[in-house]
Design a protein around this ligand. Structure first.
Ligand code: NAP
Length: 242
């Protein structure tokens, strides 16, 4: 089992880790649904996807902070119309916005961050499971962070969202894995040189961080036959010995 011909939705595919993973999976023959809120950035990534006819991939401009049940149904319809099926989701999109003490965090920002990082993933997952559960070896990959394990001051609603995603991923896993041929993973990519990382560590020397390409084998493994039989469901980048 490889990613060739797998149909995979990647959220946050317009930048950072999601963009790097999308470019690689396309190279390996996956059919991608790219999702992001910035149409210009999304189109730029779409244009860089490798060597396939234009309609091989699908690009969906969608602001996850505005997502509701109806828009998730529209995403499902677009995927059905384009491909007729879906093998997996990489829930990679997230927003940090700013580092701040909770006492200073505006309520509307709190709500927006939780919507993008948590609620939208709940809505998309429950809607698209209809499709994924029809496939053999379906995958849903949530994205974690060390602040989901170790509370860190000033990480605000982002940290709260990652705690909650960890719980949600575990619930989906318990409810689905025993009765369906699906794997639900939650992956912490670790410190990686992206715009989000720069918000948290503006003075950090990016050269001290691993390159984004180092994450690629992790995502390929999640979609491989080798990951079918693992009992582990929460992964950190360091688990991969890359
Ligand atoms: P990034 O470079 O800031 O990229 C974030 C992606 O999420 C962008 O493609 C962005 O697309 C998308 N996104 C943000 N808000 C959105 C919205 N409202 N609607 C739709 N898409 C939205 O971040 P990254 O560092 O690659 O992070 C990727 C994932 O890794 C996140 O889940 C993050 O929590 C996790 N992570 C990162 C690190 C790290 O060191 N970088 C460490 C641990 C975990 P648009 O700009 O098009 O909206």
């Amino acid at each position: 089992m490889s990613v060739k011909d797998k149909i995979i939705l990647i959220t946050g595919a317009s930048d950072g880790i999601g963009k790097t993973v999308a470019l690689d999976l396309a190279k390996k023959g996956a059919k991608l649904i790219l999702l992001g809120s910035n149409g210009t950035k999304l189109n730029a990534v779409y244009g860089q996807l490798s060597g396939v006819e234009k309609d091989y991939h699908l690009s969906l401009e969608c602001d996850l902070s505005l997502l509701n049940d109806q828009s998730a149904i529209e995403i499902e319809a677009a995927i059905l119309e384009h491909y007729g099926r879906l093998d997996g989701i990489i829930h990679n999109a997230a927003t940090l916005k700013k580092m701040t003490p909770l006492i200073d965090l505006e309520t509307n920002l709190w709500e927006k961050i939780l919507k993008v990082n948590l609620t939208s993933q709940f809505i998309i997952t429950k809607t698209l499971l209809n499709l994924i559960l029809k496939e053999e070896n379906g995958r849903v990959i949530f994205t974690s962070s060390n602040v989901a394990i170790q509370p860190k001051a000033f990480w605000g609603a982002y940290a709260v969202s990652k705690y909650a995603v960890k719980g949600m991923a575990e619930l989906f896993r318990q409810e689905l894995e025993n009765i369906h041929q699906i794997k639900i993973f939650n992956f912490d990519p670790g410190p990686s040189p992206t715009s989000m990382r720069e918000i948290a560590y503006p003075n950090e020397d990016k050269e001290t961080l691993k390159s984004l390409e180092k994450l690629i084998p992790c995502y390929e493994w999640f979609f491989s036959e080798a990951s079918n039989n693992t009992n582990q469901h929460y992964f950190k980048f360091s688990d991969f010995k890359i």
